[in-house]
Each structure stands twice: as structure tokens, then as C-alpha cells.
Write a protein that binds this ligand. Structure first.
Ligand code: SF4
Length: 305
């Protein structure tokens, strides 16, 4: 089947079966084309609770599908490719946090949303890259362990001076690879193009850039920015969204390394197979873990208001 026929088939079957397709901003263009909703992990998680759907096909990586299931237990959640995982989320285990807590009972453990359900369940609260500063500022505890991203943790600790924040030593292999020199080179080559980066980049990269924010914040900022050309320092899939929303602007990727291979594992064929029920992995979260993880997420939602 060619792509046009596959797309038509997907549209038909999803309507007949009340299926909604969610795609993360970092997904391939062909996958974004058939998505009902495109956004970051937290936006999609909140949306899943609100919409009428029997099945949600989450085109992204495993923790995203799991996070949707945690807050929408009555919906069937399918990850089209089981092997699509997040190396950063896998850098911290629930056992690591339990061991830390035994030795440090005066610390609050704050988990980035990019973590497994097991980790969310033993953390005190979750955060996203866009609400981390606000949520951590409003915590009672003074001592904070942030997991798992050391770069985002360093960024938060610079923004929240009133707390003692230490970070786990995980990192996103994609954003961590961006170098300060790449920012300088792009600025020299395209002096009229502001550089917008994600806080999962290293501190030295953030320092020489013009704006730092989550993928959604980058999209919002770039759309409002009065500049005809913009350099983007986050995963390449974001360019599809930016170009669609801003046809008059020119977007360039800061580095050719900004490609997450796990986000690219899902193809149009995988989505088709998940829609027709031939393949895909149905996400299940053990109920006691789900309830604890849900508490960490709901506490965040409350404090981020
Ligand atoms: S871009 Fe980084 S944080 Fe996002 S899924 Fe890929 S490895 Fe994980």
C-alpha cells in the first residue's frame, strides 16, 4: 500500500473504533500527519483524560504511554513500537531512589516526567521542564534531589536559588551532545537568527543561547518572535511543527546530532498495524504503582496551577 492509501485506511479505522492517535513533537513527519493531537508528553497526558476515546495510540517512547495510562486507567493505551524507549528515563531506577531516601530523609525527591511509572511512584512529586521552577519553588522542603537529568537539574538550581538542589547524573544523549561551539558557529554564520535551546542541554550551551525553554515553550516563543530565521536547539521533529505553524519563517537545526533514534522508531506502518490491532504493545501499570505515580503527577498539577 502506498502512503496515501495507508493514511486513508488509518483515518477510516480510527473513526470506526473511537481510536485517537497522539504524536509527540519529536515524531517523524509521516506519523505527525496521521495524529489527532501533537504535543509534548504532559500536554498529551492531560488531554487524554479529557477526550472521549476508547483507545489511545501514543506515538512516542514508553514513559509517555505509561504516563497517559497512569492518569487514564480506563482507556486502552497502545505504544506502537515496544522498543521505543528513553535512555535518559532508564538512567534511574526506583531502587536508586529508595536507597537515597534511606540515607537522606530530609530530601524531597522530584522526578522529571521523563521517568518510568516505578520511579514516579517512589518520588515525592513530578515536574515537567516548563513547570519545574514553579513547582520546586513552592515545595516546603529545602533539600531537593532532582532525577534523572543533571543538565535540567543544574538549570533549575540556577533558577531556584532558595533551595539546595542536587541532581542525579542522568542525561538525554541527544540534547547533552550539543556543544557551546555549535551555538557560536551558528550565531556567526546566521547572526540574525536567535538560538532557542532546551534545558536538557548543558549549562555552557544555555549560557550562549538566546532563549531556553521546553519544546512547547520553544514552539510558542518561536511563533511569537519577530525574526524571519531561527535556530532550534531541540530534537529535529520539532521543525515539522514549527514550519507548519510558521510558514513565513525559516528554521534551522542547531546541530545535526539532534535526532532521537528512539523517537524515530515508529513508522507509518507501525501506526497502521497498531490501529488495525495487528501489533503494538498495550501498556499496563500495576495498580499500586499506578496510584502512587498518579499522586506524584497530581501533586505537580496542583502546584503548577
Ligand atoms: S530526546 Fe532525549 S529525553 Fe527525549 S526521548 Fe529521546 S533520549 Fe529521551
Amino acid at each position: 500500500m502506498n502512503n496515501d492509501i495507508v493514511i486513508k485506511e488509518i483515518e477510516k479505522i480510527k473513526k470506526e473504533n473511537n481510536i485517537k492517535i497522539f504524536a509527540h513533537n519529536y515524531q517523524n513527519y509521516e506519523v505527525q500527519q496521521v495524529a489527532d493531537y501533537i504535543g509534548d508528553s504532559f500536554y498529551l497526558t492531560k488531554l487524554a483524560r479529557e477526550i472521549d476515546a476508547q483507545t489511545i495510540i501514543m506515538c512516542g517512547v514508553d514513559f509517555m504511554a505509561e504516563t497517559i495510562k497512569i492518569l487514564s486507567p480506563d482507556k486502552k493505551v497502545i505504544l506502537p513500537v515496544k522498543e521505543a524507549t528513553c535512555p535518559m528515563a532508564n538512567m534511574i531506577k526506583a531502587k536508586d531512589i529508595e536507597n537515597f531516601k534511606k540515607e537522606n530523609n530530609d530530601f524531597a525527591v522530584v522526578a522529571y516526567i521523563n521517568t518510568s511509572a516505578d520511579v514516579k511512584a517512589v518520588a515525592d512529586i513530578c515536574v515537567t521542564s516548563s513547570n519545574a521552577v514553579k513547582v520546586i519553588e513552592s515545595l516546603e522542603e529545602n533539600n531537593i534531589l532532582f532525577v534523572p537529568d543533571i543538565n535540567l537539574g543544574n538549570y533549575i538550581s540556577k533558577m531556584v536559588k532558595s533551595k539546595n538542589i542536587i541532581s542525579w547524573n542522568g542525561y538525554c544523549p541527544i540534547h547533552d551532545k550539543v556543544t557551546k561551539q555549535e551555538v557560536i558557529n551558528m550565531k556567526n554564520k546566521y547572526p540574525n537568527a536567535p538560538v532557542l535551546v532546551h534545558p536538557e542541554c548543558r549549562q555552557e550551551v544555555i549560557e550562549v543561547s538566546d532563549f531556553v525553554g521546553s519544546t512547547s515553550e520553544i514552539i510558542e516563543y518561536a511563533s511569537k518572535l519577530d525574526a524571519k530565521e531561527i535556530t532550534i536547539g531541540t530534537e529535529t521533529g520539532t521543525l515539522h511543527v514549527l514550519r507548519r505553524l510558521n510558514p513565513g519563517k525559516k528554521f534551522r537545526l542547531l546541530s545535526n546530532n539532534l535526532i532521537c533514534i528512539n523517537m524515530k522508531k515508529t513508522t507509518l506502518e507501525d501506526v497502521y498495524n497498531a490501529v488495525v490491532g495487528n501489533s503494538g504493545y498495550e501498556v499496563k501499570v500495576q495498580e499500586d504503582i499506578r496510584v502512587k505515580a498518579k499522586n506524584s503527577l497530581e501533586r505537580m498539577i496542583e502546584l503548577a496551577r
